[in-house]
Ligand binder design. Sequence first.
Ligand SMILES: Nc1ncnc2c1ncn2[C@@H]1O[C@H](COP(=O)(O)OP(=O)(O)O)[C@@H](O)[C@H]1O
Ligand SMILES: [Mg+2]
Length: 395
Amino acid sequence: MLTVSHVELRFGARVLMSDVSFRVTKGDKIGLVGRNGAGKTTLTRMLSGDGQPAAGSITSSGSVGYLPQDPRDGDTSVTGRSRILSARGLDDALRRLRQAEEEMGSDDAAVAERAMRRYTQADADFGAGGGYAAESEAATIAANLGLPERVLDQPLSTLSGGQRRRVELARILFSAADTLLLDEPTNHLDADSVRWLRGFLQDYPGGLVVISHDIDLIEETVNKVLYLDANRATIDVYNMGWKHYLRQREADEARRRRERENTTKTAERLMAQGLKMRAKATKATAAQQMMRRAEQMMAGLEGERQQERVAKIDFPKPAPCGKTPLMAEGLSKSYGSLEIFTDVSLAIDRGSRVVILGLNGAGKTTLLRMRGFREGCHQCSKRCAGARTPLSWSP
Ligand SMILES: Nc1ncnc2c1ncn2[C@@H]1O[C@H](COP(=O)(O)OP(=O)(O)O)[C@@H](O)[C@H]1O
Ligand SMILES: [Mg+2]
């Protein structure tokens, strides 16, 4: 269904991977792994047909459903339901159905009759595309991803970022594409939804390429692993499940380490011998060749070693804060007429670790975003004298 042959991918001048070949066929459940920045997202985007590799080719037969890591916002005036149904081209018929339904109630007999004819046509189109069964299938997928009916009827512009992403995921899953490409699908999902997704992907009859930090999901769904090794700029294909892959990769790395050690020893021996032979005029040319060869071997190793280095990051020691660095009194928040919470008071003592729990859409992010939290506490500065709490915030 997807064939990748001798592909090279770059970001600017930097080669992310070269000479990569693999296939994704029906029933393949592939976990694409590799450290951050290795190029997993870039590869997946190319697999979806967006962009051209620097070399080699990617060909696909059959349909591909792609969930990008950062979905772009399209038309946000449509409802969630309509967006999901668009995956099978049902959104247009549904829109015409709803419009005709409204106009059928018109007092003007001519308008009502025209609407009736349009309704019949739209209903036929809707039915031809799988119709009501498909609509309920879409709603089931959405519900399992934490999107109830009420939310599906709202335009995307009124949904939170997390809800929109879930609509996108629902759309891709509903599309029933021959191959699914999911770039971190569990972002923004709660535990129940993740569990449901695992089951869905296990049973999925088509091909799948998934990138995920959720090890349980990878372990339970994949039967092949593609390991994108940023150091060697290549992909190792493991035709096995997760547990076997971990063992096999460890063995492969140990083997490569041994090979490097052997190369180092050989290079050192060559260098030593070259230095010794250099003194004799008759052997000077040979000695030079040996030393050059040794240097080349070492340079190759150095390249690998340098790339393996990881950035060393120091976190500054935070300034001391008061006994109760965070306090809020009587917090309320509404979006329009929708009241998210009222009269919330809290005090968080130094050293305590607090978890904020609540259903999706309950207002957890909203609470964290509120000024008091983002900018430290102003109100209580008198009570915890000298307190300064620089807060960092990760959305
Ligand atoms: N927006 C960007 N700005 C700068 N560099 C980027 C950007 N997106 C990707 N890159 C480069 O491309 C490389 C691969 O990125 P990506 O495909 O997102 O990796 P992954 O998905 O494995 O984390 C990164 O290491 C980085 O060098
Ligand atoms: Mg990525």
